[in-house]
Design a protein around this ligand. Structure first.
Ligand code: FES
Ligand code: FES
Length: 164
């Protein structure tokens, strides 16, 4: 028996953006790599790979988490949502519309992770204070925007969702 290869490869069953799939992954594969390579969710951006920048943030059973810090095998039996789950066909989600309207992004590298964290915030706290928004943004590095437009985008998104 090849003990090493048994340890190296595992069968996982995971639900990604509503679709359940079973697949074999190497024990060392990160969740970010599995999502990008096996599920083609290229919106999972890999920046620092050390849990610092937040660009790889996904929703793991509804909680924002860094996909670069998780192993793919840890997703077994869990539900993952990526930015690809937000729009409904060609219709953008309200948070995406708000970011577009208020110029909450420039290069966009950080944006998917921020939008997913913001979606969790607005779900649990529909009328957040600026402090609560900044607390979320503190987990995401953005080199382009200076954060003011992001703050305005989140405020607009909150208003849009409340009016929905
Ligand atoms: S790539 Fe995961 S936190 Fe930076
Ligand atoms: S928009 Fe470029 S890093 Fe945030």
């Amino acid at each position: 028996m090849n003990v090493q290869s048994d340890l190296d490869s595992r069968q996982v069953t995971v639900t990604v953006n509503g679709k359940q799939e079973s697949l074999e992954v190497e024990g060392r594969t990160t969740l970010a790599d599995m999502l990008r390579q096996e599920f083609h969710t290229q919106g999972v951006r890999v920046g620092c790979e050390h849990g610092v920048c937040g660009s790889c943030t996904i929703l793991f059973d509804g909680e924002p988490m860094r996909a670069c810090l998780l192993l793919a095998v840890q997703a077994d039996g869990h539900e993952i949502k990526t930015i690809e789950s937000m729009a409904d066909g060609n219709k953008l989600h309200e948070i995406q519309e708000a970011f577009s309207e208020k110029h909450g992004l420039q290069c966009g590298f950080c944006t998917a992770g921020i939008i997913l964290s913001v979606s969790e915030l607005l779900e649990r706290c529909p009328e957040p204070t600026d402090e609560q928004i900044y607390e979320i943004l503190g987990g995401h590095l953005c080199r382009c925007t200076g954060y003011q437009q992001i703050l305005q985008s989140v405020r607009l998104a909150a208003d849009m969702l409340l009016e929905k």
